[in-house]
Design a protein around this ligand. Structure first.
Ligand SMILES: [Zn+2]
Ligand SMILES: [Zn+2]
Ligand SMILES: [Zn+2]
Length: 164
């Protein structure tokens, strides 16, 4: 193993551990309250519960997924909660061709002013889950002169780790 390869391997292991810790930490009530406060959101039970749902899975969730598990909140409340999370940079909407909107957690310190989501999304053709793929270098895409990019969205499909 060359030094560069070893270093890359070390970094990927380190990222995996950090990511894992990140998820574990997010399940704590105090941490979830802190996320809301940091994003200038009032702490409500619905926001805490929705955040918990996202911290328990490693894939994107739709409003329907939330409705199925959080039956004590009505659809309007869940919809408003999701909107407030998108506005404040807690979640991002993942566009996809199925027409059903799914949402992923913002890993970085997104704010309402700066949502930065230049990461890939992976859609599994078997279970249908969509995952945010972080920490992977993104190919550089050249746009002809005179065009101004505002958003871009890249979905890769195939079989996820559990289905492959
Ligand atoms: Zn974001
Ligand atoms: Zn799958
Ligand atoms: Zn994402």
């Amino acid at each position: 193993m060359t030094l560069t390869k070893y270093f890359k391997f070390f970094l990927s292991v380190q990222n995996a551990i950090l990511l894992h810790l990140f998820y574990l930490r997010r399940m704590e009530l105090k941490e979830r309250e802190l996320i809301l406060k940091n994003h200038r959101l009032r702490v409500t039970n619905c926001r805490l519960d929705v955040l918990k749902m996202f911290s328990m899975v490693d894939h994107a969730l739709s409003q329907k997924d939330l409705e199925g598990s959080l039956k004590n909140y009505d659809r309007v409340t869940l919809y408003r909660t999701l909107q407030s999370f998108i506005d404040k940079g807690v979640l991002h909407k993942i566009p996809n061709e199925s027409g059903v909107a799914t949402f992923g957690i913002c890993f970085d310190t997104c704010t309402s002013e700066d949502h930065n989501h230049n990461h890939l999304h992976f859609k599994c053709n078997q279970c249908g889950n969509i995952e945010c793929i972080e920490n992977q270098p993104i190919p550089k895409i050249d746009i002809p002169n005179g065009y101004k990019v505002q958003h871009w969205n890249m979905i890769v499909d195939g079989l996820c780790k559990s289905c492959a």
